[in-house]
Write a protein that binds this ligand. Structure first.
Ligand code: PLP
Length: 423
């Protein structure tokens, strides 16, 4: 479908990467926040607005049929991409945050009570902390965190103890940290939790982008991700759920499309997955998951896959060394073993968060911006993790397959220049 042989061929499919900022070619290194969009996604969104723009599932007319086919086609694409058993396991949401809120709210209402515990990983994004706090507050339960080691990895011994001692009702863990880029051993963590009869939600916002996800092999109970981080339009998102749990939990929101019959006395709900899809969904964004995931898959197959893997490996190796060579630079999250295959537990994806002594992260980011480089600074929605490392802010550079080693080199040269200007 795509004839991509080089990273330049990949870049050519992304109009946004062709632009200049402040007269400099854009070097977009804020990919963990959101990805740029390939032409196939732009075409789908544009085409639906011009053609198949009608509400899904509701009407007996051609436009609605076309929109429904694209929406449900995307669901099937998601199912294949993560190897879910059926379409009823795939709930469309507006993103990872919405997916986790859905589970926190519905699961806790059904299964969590006074004195119970929800265990979250210590590297969690706020969207894997706050929804659980809200739900636990209502249930009289509490949230506990799995500690993070100095290397950025989760403390597995502490995790095992936390599972034993308390009344843990669910574990919610990051697949890959959005700050440190470390791949957590989620399969092992799930097996340990299941041995105690505890279900596990995996926050896959970064995992879906950088690892091959097979929910049946992983054996997770829930897997949440956002479309916009993996090339799809903003406003698309997915919750994979184990069927028995999705059946047992109460609906999250009420409204159109999620019902079977409604009377003023009593309502029965639509079968999965629509039970959790109240109201008009963002059907164009969700439909864009089909071309987006096809595109992501094409980067993992054939000739281009080895080019992408090699490029990723060389960027990681280069940045590990080059950042540490900068005086006063500290990288947060360097796994103890440096030799794990990319995407495997204990490996690091090309996401680097760091600080340079004597430089405010926001000053560095502003100077880099003027040199055409987009990076992220601040807490990265991970305040507890910042506190763990005793800082309030970091700089983060995050890469996707369309980023080149030359961009990484330009980033390092520009960073050194910016640090010199500030110190
Ligand atoms: N979890 C992780 C690990 C993330 O990186 C993000 C976004 O950066 C989220 C959750 C929230 O994703 P969204 O804002 O798309 O809902």
């Amino acid at each position: 479908m795509y004839s991509m042989k080089t990273v330049e061929d990949i870049r050519g499919l992304f109009p946004a990467l062709q632009q200049s900022v402040y007269g400099k070619p854009l070097v977009y290194l804020d990919n963990s926040a959101t990805s740029q969009k390939p032409q196939c996604v732009i075409d789908l969104v544009d085409g639906m607005h011009k053609g198949a723009n009608a509400n899904v599932h509701r009407a007996m007319h051609k436009l609605s049929d076309d929109a429904t086919a694209l929406y449900e086609g995307a669901r099937e694409k998601v199912r294949q991409f993560i190897n879910a058993p059926g379409r009823e396991n795939i709930i469309f949401t507006s993103g990872t945050t919405a997916s986790i809120n859905l589970v926190a709210s519905s699961f806790c209402r059904k299964f969590v009570g006074e004195g119970d515990v929800v265990l979250v990983s210590g590297d969690s994004h706020h969207s894997n902390i706050v929804p659980w706090q809200l739900a636990c507050g209502a249930a009289g339960a509490s949230v506990k965190a799995i500690p993070v080691l100095e290397s950025g990895e989760l403390d597995m011994e502490a995790y095992k103890e936390l599972l034993q001692g308390s009344r843990v009702k669910i574990v919610a863990v990051e697949h890959i940290s959005n700050v440190m880029g470390i791949v957590n051993p989620v399969k092992e963590m799930i097996a340990l939790a299941h041995a105690q009869g505890i279900p596990v939600l995996v926050d896959g916002a970064q995992g879906i982008v950088h690892a091959r996800v097979d929910v049946q092999d992983m054996d997770c109970d829930f897997y949440a991700f956002s479309g916009h981080k993996i090339y799809a339009a903003t406003g698309s998102g997915v919750l994979y759920g184990r069927r028995e749990l999705l059946e047992a939990m109460p609906p999250y929101m009420g409204g159109g499309d999620m019902v079977d019959t409604v009377t003023f006395e009593k309502t029965t709900y639509a079968p999965l997955p629509l039970k959790y899809e109240a109201g008009t969904p963002n059907f164009i964004a969700q439909a864009s998951l089909a071309p987006a995931l096809e595109f992501a898959q094409s980067l993992r197959e054939g000739e281009i896959a080895s080019v992408v893997e090699e490029q990723e490996r060389s960027i990681i190796e280069y940045l590990k060394v080059a950042l540490q060579e900068i005086e006063g630079c500290r990288i947060y999250g360097l796994p103890q073993r440096g030799d794990m295959e990319p995407g495997m537990p204990g490996s690091k994806i090309p996401v680097f968060s760091f600080n340079i002594e004597g430089c405010f992260p926001s000053d560095l980011a502003q100077l880099l911006d003027k040199m055409g480089i987009a990076v992220r600074t601040g807490m990265m929605c991970c305040e507890p993790l910042m506190a763990r490392f005793g800082v309030t802010s970091m700089v983060r550079a995050s890469f996707l397959p369309y980023n080149t080693l030359q961009e990484a080199e330009y980033f390092i040269a520009s960073l050194k220049r910016a640090a010199r200007m500030l110190r």
